[in-house]
Design a binder for this molecule. Structure first.
Ligand SMILES: Cc1cc2nc3c(=O)[nH]c(=O)nc-3n(C[C@H](O)[C@H](O)[C@H](O)COP(=O)(O)OP(=O)(O)OC[C@H]3O[C@@H](n4cnc5c(N)ncnc54)[C@H](O)[C@@H]3O)c2cc1C
Length: 439
């Protein structure tokens, strides 16, 4: 089949890859590659550490999604030599004082109650494992199965794998290299058995990146001018369509009337820091080995150590509508990061970025067919966990788009993500369920 994927965030590109692998011809339409919420994400793959009270429906989705990452990475390594930034370095969950520690103990009871592995860490055990952390920390837990990926590198690797010729021995069923069209889809209409997508030329100006580094898709990836040499709207047709436009779901006519979702922007600030000369002792590669998620006087902060020794520090959770970086958000992140890991003070702050997470009232994504437009599947609302959930969402979306029969377990997971539960007509009250949650 010829399948159009609308939106090139982590959800769109992972789904496009699943579809190409299964033998389909894919066209990706997006104003950018990976510059939405995915551009900011730290990339924690942390179903255990990210447990929030009252979000039981998310736990099985998150656990299942993490299980799917190693196979995705193995697959990708057979397709491209581009780095993906996946690291199995585990996480530690720490409290600053006795009250923070008690909150971790309560959470550990929930984690264990759901069969998740957390091991208690005494202050002494922590100092032995992570000597650079502040010795005043009140200890906590290790979550050895929680991992990380660098979303920018991952999207770059997937984009490369989508565009290149694949080894037929490794991918005997793969479809042709994906096509890319730069622009925003403004409407989707039925045309006989197929779907017509109207694409506005070039899309909007790309959002601010907050740094000088290149986004995963370069100019050669998105063929904007070729699709619309006159600068006017253009169109294309496809047998099936995946709509993975993140927060912009409501801007696509023909879909949003049939499936008016209750999405809201949940902004987050995130910092990227680099080691300065002399910060490491001879033989050391990182200040910290595991990803650290700490509660500091009730506030949440995480520090994600990248392969090159750099750190990602995040993330604020704001519903104030400010699209730019919040000064107060940055101040709190730096204060808490320095409290946990004093050496942060000596690092170089190379980037401050803010983006909006596509939030749903219950933090659970919306994945399913559009009522009255059965060839169109929507996959959005990944809230705080889109990087983690993307392989699962991509596989299930690919199965829906290609009418692949679903096993009982997948059918149950999909039922929990039914977009119809939050169509605006029957929307549940929009509770600020993300308050204080740091992803
Ligand atoms: C600060 C921060 C930290 C985070 N940390 C983590 C983390 O550690 N772990 C984790 O799992 N998740 C994390 N997340 C959440 C994660 O980033 C999101 O859930 C995920 O990126 C959503 O992916 P997406 O592809 O749905 O949306 P996006 O990444 O926003 O992509 C949507 C794409 O669609 C395109 N688009 C929009 N409108 C149209 C249109 N009309 N036509 C065509 N294309 C269109 C956009 O340009 C964009 O490229 C974090 C988010 C933030 C903001």
């Amino acid at each position: 089949m010829h399948i159009a994927v609308v939106g090139a965030g982590i959800v769109g590109v992972q789904t496009a890859w699943q579809l190409r692998r299964r033998g389909h011809r894919v066209v990706v339409v997006s104003p950018d590659v990976g510059e939405g919420a995915s551009w900011a994400a730290a990339g924690m793959l942390a179903p255990v550490s990210e447990v929030q009270f009252g979000q039981e429906r998310l736990y099985p989705l998150m656990m299942r999604a993490r299980e799917e990452y190693p196979a995705l990475i193995e697959d990708l390594e057979r397709a491209t030599t581009r780095p993906h930034g996946y690291r199995e370095n585990g996480m530690v969950l720490l409290g600053w004082d006795a009250a923070d520690r008690r909150a971790l103990d309560d959470r550990a009871a929930v984690q264990r109650g759901h069969g998740m592995e957390v091991r208690e860490l005494t202050g002494r055990g922590l100092r032995r494992a992570e000597p650079a952390l502040n010795p005043r920390l009140a200890g906590g837990y290790a979550a050895p199965e929680d991992q990380q990926v660098d979303p920018r590198l991952l999207i770059g690797a997937l984009t490369d794998a989508l565009g290149r010729e694949l080894d037929p021995a490794a991918f005997p069923e793969a479809g042709p290299p994906a096509e890319w069209v730069r622009g925003k889809v403004t409407r989707i209409d039925a045309e006989g058995e197929r779907w017509r997508l109207t694409v506005s030329a070039g899309g909007d100006e790309p959002p601010p990146r907050g740094d000088e580094s290149s986004p995963p898709g370069d100019e050669s990836t998105l063929a904007g001018d070729e699709s619309s040499p006159t600068g006017d709207d253009s169109s294309l047709t496809a047998d099936r369509v995946l709509v993975a436009a993140g927060l912009s779901h409501g801007e696509i006519a023909g879909v949003t009337e049939r499936l008016p979702l209750d999405l809201r922007p949940v902004h987050g600030d995130v910092l990227r820091l680099r080691l300065t000369p002399g910060q490491l002792l001879p033989g050391e590669a990182h200040l910290i080995g595991a990803t650290v998620r700490a509660t500091v006087r009730g506030r949440q902060v995480y520090l994600v150590p990248r392969e090159d020794g750099g750190l990602v520090v995040g993330a604020s959770v704001r519903e104030d509508g400010l699209a730019g970086v919040s000064a107060g958000g940055v101040q709190e992140l730096l204060d808490d990061a320095v409290a946990v890991l004093p050496a942060v003070k000596d690092m170089e702050l190379v980037e401050m970025t803010a983006r909006a997470r596509p939030g749903t009232p219950d933090d659970v994504p919306c994945l399913g067919r559009v009522p009255g437009a059965e060839g169109v599947v929507v996959s959005t609302g990944y809230s705080r966990h889109g990087i983690l959930l993307a392989p699962l969402g991509a596989r299930l979306a690919a199965e829906l788009l290609t009418d692949h029969p679903l096993g009982d377990r997948d059918a149950a997971l999909l039922a929990g993500m039914d977009p119809a539960r939050f169509t605006s007509a029957q929307a549940a009250p929009s509770t600020p369920s993300l308050e204080g949650a740091p992803a």
